[in-house]
Write a protein of this length. Structure first.
Length: 654
């Protein structure tokens, strides 16, 4: 039996890895194409052409084929798509707001990793739906102001054969190795909701093997395309706040960004405005630990992947940026001196007393393995300690492994944490085993670490199959088994859980969730049902989750519903409600409204009711292009209760 299983895993591995990435030779153009969505005859004659898109689920030829073209000059990268569609009247595109998510829409995307790093986080992805609406994901993270992100262009056209798209990307938007004869990783992607087929030029398989990305060879990458190395943002916020110590106040600050070349970035932030950044709200479902929430603040978004020490899939996050509530001065420097080395240094200073520093250096070894060293330092009345650590990741075929070590110094006391993990991944199936140990005093001031003084091991397995079988358009399931002990070997907790779901042809997702556990001798068990109606259409979507059982020996019930609806052109509403009934009731309701006046103006508001309190705010925005951005805000998006506050925020980029 063991031999049979081993042969099966070997065969699956061979299927996932027995292929060579496709290559596309670089061809420059001296006559840039016009970006109007219309592929004029001969306009793309100087470009390299790709054909033969494959279905990413079956690895067979896509039923509706796509052609793509790629060329470049000293300033821009140019991409074109021709998407054949035998039923062009069914082409679907709804989103008109730049930066939106295109769920269930006809779209194309161009992906590029200039350093060919085999790392998802280093990829730049430029996506366009059939309306010409744009969305981008920039490698390593980037703040939202257009002057800092860079601006790219796209246009689309529909015809009797399908639809076409043209894209122009400035080189200056990318971090890349300048000079002749470079090799970069690329891919061309298309999604067609009518046929439920996502296709691509390079076959990454369902396992998402970035090593299979296509190669753009012989690239003549421009040495520089920048008119200046410095960029800046200046802001001013006059405000009226009845609940503040000063009813009338004026707050101002600035950010500077320095990019001497395509490999290095420096950011300086003085007196940043974090109050007017809408942060995520934690839900009220039961959790024994502090939740990790995303950080929307621009300073921490810029180059965020350079400071990802490692996430919470073992013993926790060693740098959790929301630990730094505010600061007066902040600086960060990050870059990739060569295609194998990356580094980042971040430092903040608050009230002239509190200093926080984060560093990370990572070296790629071979094509897939990597070694990183990192540290955090806090010095001041709020936080004071130091932490150092290292991580080594390895990958071979469908197998991977990780070793993580960290050590904290707090005065004369030292403590540590360690983790080791192994994983196996092929299309449709993934399994990982990890073990970690955390000392009782391991509490890095800038980290998010839970369950100190314990050691554990767990196994997680996931199955996902998007294959269409009659009325079923995909199914998935996962199993999680965990056991945790005290450092002395005593029982602490154990749990087992299963989640499974399927997607129907009517875009209805149905699922179940089963959990049984024991925490410090107290039993828990629950069963839940969840559903999503119109999963791929955010303009008319409803989801719900009903869960009941026992937590620590007492009965519990958790219920949540969320509805999203487009009420009129440009007017969207989202209403969410959740309730936890366990040793008392906790209830939360969120109502959000958004109105897109035009591509550059919008009106947004949110009301949150929880625990007898309510908080409402309303904001008008005029921005999203070069020049002055204007915001008018009533209330405070991140307060616990509504504030009598009005603020005008002006942001000028140079």
């Amino acid at each position: 039996m063991k031999a049979a299983v081993g042969l099966l895993l070997l065969a699956l591995s061979a299927g996932a890895w027995g292929q060579n990435p496709p290559e596309l030779p670089f061809q420059a153009t001296s006559t840039p194409p016009t970006i109007d969505g219309n592929l004029e005859t001969g306009e793309w004659a100087a470009a390299s052409q790709v054909t033969g898109f494959i279905d990413i689920v079956t690895s067979a030829a896509a039923p509706e084929q796509t052609q793509a073209w790629l060329t470049s000059d000293a300033e821009f990268i140019y991409v074109a798509f021709a998407c054949a569609d035998s039923q062009p009247d069914t082409i679907t595109a709804r989103e008109r707001q730049r930066g939106a998510s295109f769920q269930g829409e006809d779209l194309v995307a161009f992906l590029i990793d200039p350093f060919a790093s085999n790392r998802y986080n280093n990829q730049f992805e430029f996506t366009v739906n059939a309306l010409g609406t744009q969305n981008e994901r920039l490698g390593a993270g980037r703040a939202t102001k257009q002057e800092w992100r860079g601006d790219w262009s796209a246009a689309t056209q529909r015809n009797e054969h399908g639809w076409t798209a043209e894209i122009r990307i400035p080189w200056r938007m990318l971090d890349y190795p300048a000079g002749p004869n470079q090799t970069m990783q690329i891919n061309f992607i298309r999604s067609q909701p009518r046929t439920r087929v996502s296709s691509a030029w390079a076959d990454l398989t369902l396992a998402g093997r970035v090593q299979n990305l296509g190669r753009w060879t012989g690239v003549n990458a421009p040495v520089t395309t920048r008119e200046r190395d410095w960029q800046g943002l200046v802001y001013a916020v006059p405000q009226y706040d009845e609940d503040a110590e000063k009813t009338f106040s004026l707050r101002s600050g600035f950010d500077l960004r320095y990019r001497p070349d395509s490999r290095l970035t420096g950011v300086l932030s003085v007196n940043p405005d974090f109050r007017n950044i809408e942060q995520a709200i934690a839900d009220i479902s039961f959790s024994r630990t502090e939740r990790s929430l995303a950080d929307a603040r621009p300073f921490f978004q810029e180059g965020q992947e350079y400071f990802n020490l490692f996430g919470g899939f073992t013993f926790g996050q060693l740098f959790y940026s929301r630990r730094i509530d505010d600061f007066d001065q902040g600086v960060k420097v990050f870059g990739t001196p060569n295609d194998r080395l990356s580094y980042g240094v971040l430092a903040t200073r608050e009230d002239g007393r509190q200093t926080d520093v984060v560093t990370r250096v990572a070296q790629r070894i071979g094509s897939l393995d990597s070694l990183s060293f990192f540290s955090t330092l806090s010095d001041g009345p709020v936080r004071s300690d130091a932490m150092v650590g290292t991580q080594y990741t390895m990958e071979s075929g469908s197998w991977g492994g990780t070793v993580r070590l960290a050590r904290r110094q707090n005065g004369s006391r030292t403590s540590g944490a360690a983790a080791v993990g192994f994983e196996y991944s092929v299309p449709r199936f993934f399994v990982v085993y990890k073990a970690d140990t955390v000392d009782a005093d391991f509490r890095p001031s800038l980290g998010l670490i839970n369950f100190q003084g314990t050691r554990r091991h767990y196994i997680y397995s996931e199955f996902s199959d998007p294959t269409i079988r009659g009325g079923i358009h995909g199914m998935s399931g996962s199993v999680f088994l965990e056991e945790r002990q005290t450092q002395s070997g005593g029982a602490f907790s154990k749990s087992a859980s299963f989640d499974g779901s399927l997607l129907t042809a009517q875009d209805l997702r149905l699922g179940i969730s089963l959990v049984t556990s024991e925490f410090q001798g107290l039993p828990s068990r629950s069963a839940g049902l969840f559903f999503t109606i119109n999963e791929r259409n955010r303009f008319s979507r409803l989801n719900g989750f009903i869960n009941g059982g026992v937590i620590d020996g007492d009965p519990s019930r958790y219920t949540s519903f969320r509805a999203e609806q487009r009420l009129a052109p440009g007017l969207d509403m989202s209403l969410g409600w959740q309730q936890l009934d366990w040793r008392g009731k906790t209830e939360q309701t969120q109502l959000s409204m958004g109105y897109e006046i035009n591509a550059y103006q919008s009106l947004n508001g949110r009301v949150v009711w929880q625990d007898g309190e309510s908080n409402a705010y309303l904001a008008f925005r005029q921005g999203g292009r070069e020049g002055l951005d204007v915001y008018f805000i009533l209330g405070d998006a991140n307060a616990e209760r509504t504030r009598n506050r009005a603020a005008l925020k002006l942001v000028w980029a140079f």
